[in-house]
Design a protein around this ligand. Sequence first.
Ligand code: ZN
Length: 125
Amino acid sequence: MKTVEIICGNCGADALLTREPIYEGFSKIGEKLICSACGFEFPSEADVPFKHKKTEPAIFTDADRPETVKIFEEDENAALCRYCANYIVNPFTQFCSVHKKEVESTDTCPQFEKAQAKKASDDLF
Ligand SMILES: [Zn+2]
């Protein structure tokens, strides 16, 4: 008999499912599905809180993909100085060529002008 991991709904433990055959005379008529930790008997196969069936697909679909996509989109659309064509950066200062003043890469202003093909060098800073 292979072991089946469950998270018991009764005791909350990370336990194993114990199958106990039910006999009527000499013939097996069914199985009892029991929590190895607390002895709770599950009424049917559908009531058994299997550990793997539920968790694995959920992690794959929800966790990774939507988050990375979201961060990427926000960066692309942001009207920040660092993405602006008038943003000049050198080792000593970050400078706006429109306002002739020092700026932060995360600043934003109404004169924002999206820089073309600036991505590659931009990522170094
Ligand atoms: Zn239990």
